[in-house]
Ligand binder design. Sequence first.
Ligand code: TXA
Ligand code: MG
Length: 356
Amino acid sequence: MDTKIIRMDEENIDMQTVKMAGNIIKSGGLVAFPTETVYGLGGDALNSSSSKKIYAAKGRPSDNPLIIHIVEMSALSQIVRKIPKAAYQLAEKYWPGPLTMIFEKADCVPLETTGGLNTVAVRMPSNQIAREFIREAGGYVAAPSANRSGRPSPTVAKYVIEDLFGRIDMIIDGGQADIGLESTIIDLTGTSPMILRPGYITEEMLRQVIGDVEADQTIMDDHAAQAPKAPGMKYKHYAPKGNLIIVEGEGRQVSTYINEKLSAFHKEGKRTGVIATDETAAGYLADSVKSAGEQGREEQTAKCLFRILREFDDEGIEIIYAEGFKQKGVGQAVMNRLLKAAGHQVVRLSGENSSM
Ligand code: TXA
Ligand code: MG
């Protein structure tokens, strides 16, 4: 398939092109587009054959439901059975933005879009290109992250092209995604609201609006007895090709430990990488050392984490050590993605070693 690649500036949107992209969706095709979180791979959410095409293009298991992207509150009432009060309150505060809510689905939403579930995930993105595009596409765009299944979500178009060129009709390149991690997902179908995936909208921010929220136990803990409630969270995710290990402990202790390991791997002829911070990067002896931003600025880490994981792949890095990040604010989402990428391999230097 011939994939058109179109460059677009969020401040200066070319409506002609957006209309063309919208028409592709209306006629059953697929378009990758920028959002404030990560790039999405869009298809018509109300057309079951479009959803099937999305799964095929991504190489994604079809029991993993898609998020429907909308631009108007009036669209929400068309695709869900009822809208709980909490949803209005959260929408008022955080839509448009990086929050996905789960509802009972209306009959017009095909089971192909929801991975066979009777619930549906809905998000109203804030990125202006995304908004114009969804409008021109008819108002209901199903979109997972625009990566091949299992790879880190793309935060720049370069990686969408790498994963999906030749497999979809169009890629809109809108530059770097502002946030860099996927939306927070909150399930509003149970007795109390539950966070299924942490993101830029934190537990604290949700609590401020709707009071008590629970968090799915599987978010940070690989050993939780139950399966994750967001089907997608059970799959191997975000994994770089190299073996990634997280090291937690006090500053100096961490770099000393990592450098010892690095020198052993160098003797074996392995190519090594480290994910560090601006303050610590100079202290590592790896082939490739990448800073994930300033210490304590978790939003900087969120923005560059997926790019860093992909760059290590490009550089042929076989062993990657990462410093652990603080789990405050968006740091919880950062560590959730990093732990998944590492297959939960963590070395804790101050306590006992837990390396799994
Ligand atoms: O920020 C985002 O959310 C990005 C951009 C493109 O909007 N999209 C995204 O989609 O991350 P995706 O498909 O990569 O992740 C959607 C997650 C999956 O883990 C899926 O299992 C979960 O949402 N999900 C979708 N519908 C669900 C439902 N009805 N019940 C539970 N989990 C659901
Ligand atoms: Mg994804």
